[in-house]
Design a protein around this ligand. Sequence first.
Ligand code: IPE
Ligand code: IPE
Ligand code: MG
Length: 239
Amino acid sequence: MSVADLDPSRIPRHIAAVMDGNGRWAQRRGLKRTEGHAAGEEALFDTVEGALELGIDWLTVYAFSTENWRRPRDEVRYLMGFNESLLVRRRDELNERGVRIRFVGRRDWRVPKRLLRRMDESIELTRDNRTLTLTIAFNYGGRAEIVDAVRALVAEGVPADKIDERAIARRLYDPEMPDPDLVVRTSGEYRLSNFLLWEAAYSELVFTDVLWPDFRREHLFAAVRQFQERDRRFGGLNE
Ligand code: IPE
Ligand code: IPE
Ligand code: MG
């Protein structure tokens, strides 16, 4: 499976991925769950390379949900440190590849200050890149995002009759981000788990049994091929 097997006229503009199955990948090998998270790094960077090959503009990945705080404290602590170190180790390389790094999610007190600083530095370092925008959903929840948008509307004193879909969309975490055309979830789970609830209203969904640490660009291309077989109607009718 390669990019050459795809229809170049129907490449999605924005692909979003739920990077799931790290824990099971590790457990199957008799390793600690955290080693599964570590192994997910290669999957992420091969997926970024695949996105660059595809020439898509936006890639969004779910790295930590607002519900993931329910995990054991050691695993949460590992994930905070791991994401911080990943940014420090890989941001120059992403920058050289023309990747613009962005984040969506709540910047609340539970996210370590050091990680927030690395996030801000990574955004700043890569802000002028345009080849690909890599958005990392961190401490992200689709419901929290909608709640935060509603709070912003109320705080701005927007009257009820001025609230429409555009008004809400403009107050999401990244108003510039187009809706994902394709959402991919790994590890054989068939759910969104609070990912991009507003934005994925008309996304094509592709599920694969591959566990995230085993995911490579070939799997991304296979998902795009499935996407190309779909008939997107947006509630209307196609010929
Ligand atoms: C996804 O892998 C990574 C995060 C949620 C941070 P999991 O840790 O959920 O792995 P499984 O689903 O337990 O196998
Ligand atoms: C979704 O995976 C969150 C991320 C991949 C970051 P989870 O493993 O947390 O989702 P559930 O609990 O299986 O729904
Ligand atoms: Mg999981």
